[in-house]
Design a protein around this ligand. Sequence first.
Ligand SMILES: [Fe+2]
Length: 369
Amino acid sequence: MLELMHDTHLDFGKPPLIVPKTASKPSSPRPAKGCANAPTPVQLVAAAKPLEKETAMSNTVPVRDAHPSTKALTTPLKDMQKTLPLRVLSEDDWQHWTTYGYVIVKEAVPQENVERIGKVLWDFQGMNPDDPETWTKPQLRDHKMKELNNTGMVEIYNHQYLWDNRQERRVYDAFVDIWDREDLWVTIDRANLNPPNKASRATGGFIHWDVDTSLRPLPIGVQGVLSLAKQDGDVGGFQCVPELFQKMEEWLKTQPEDRNPMAPDTTGFEVVKIEMNPGDLLIFNSLLAHGIRPNHSENRVRMAQYISMHPAEEDNEKERDIRIASWKNREAPRRDAFPGDPRAWEKNNSEVAELTPLGKKLLGLESWH
Ligand SMILES: [Fe+2]
C-alpha cells in the first residue's frame, strides 16, 4: 500500500541508510538547460552570517510538520533509473535534477493563468497593487513555523485559479518525469505574496527542510513553486543550498547528534538564489535545504503558488476524504504548517473549483486505475 508520512516522528531511531553514490556529476550548479532565458543562480555571498543567525533562531522552536513524503519508492529520487520517456524535462534537466536537487520548467503555465491568480492574491490580502501604502498589513494569523512569519504566505488553497494551474498538462507532465509514474496526487498548498520586508514586516529569511532529515531511510518527497512575478535581484524569493544536497551523505556524518533535523548549519556552503520568470515552475527534492530570502526591493513584490505532486495514495481513504473535503469546503488542510484564514475568505467569496478529468484524478476524486 502506498503511504504518505505526515507524522515526522515515525521511524525515529532506525539505523542510518547508506545511500549509494551517483555517477560522475557536474561540479557546480547551473540553470536547467533546454529552456529559453534560463535563470542564473547567483551566490548570496554576503548572506552567510545573517542566515546562520536566522537558522539559529528557528532552531530554538522547531515545529515538525512535514511536507508529504512517500513510501511508494525505496530508491532515493537522485538515484532513480527512468523507465518512462521524458515528457517535459531534457536529459540535461534530468542530470541537473539528480545532481543538485532542483530543476526549473520554463513557462509551465500560460501567462493568462499567472495574471488572473495574481489579481486574486491581491484581493485576498486586501492590498492594492498600485498603492504600496496598503502593502504593510500584518499577517492574518501567526505561523507555528516561526520562520514563516512575515514571509508573505497567503492562506488560500482551493480557488479555481489555483486548481487551474495544478491541472495544467505541462505541470503534470513535469511531475510525471520526476516520479517516473502517472498516478499522482497534487498537494493542496497555498500561495505567497511578499511585499518589501520593511518595518513591522521585516524578516531575515531562512533556510530549512520541510522533512525530518533524522529519519532513516531519508524521506522521499518533492516540492514545487510556480513563480507568479519576476523573481530576480533584490525582490527575494526562493533560495537553496545545492552543494549541501550534493554532499549530503558525507555532511551528515560530520554533524552532531543533536542537530536540528529540520534546519541545517549552512556554514561553508553557498546559498544560491534562484531567478525565475512569471509562469516558471521550480521543482525541488525535499532533501534540498531551501527557504525564502527577504524582499529588499523598494516597491516590488514576490508572488508564487506552491505546487507539487506525489504518488497517489488511493488505498488511504482517510487521506482521500480529507483532500476532497478541503477542495469541496474551500478550507486549508489541517496541518501545523498551515495557519489557515480566520476570515474564511475562500468559503465566502468563491465557488467549488471545477476540475478537469485530470484534476479529478490529481485530487483523488477519481481513481487512476
Ligand atoms: Fe519549505
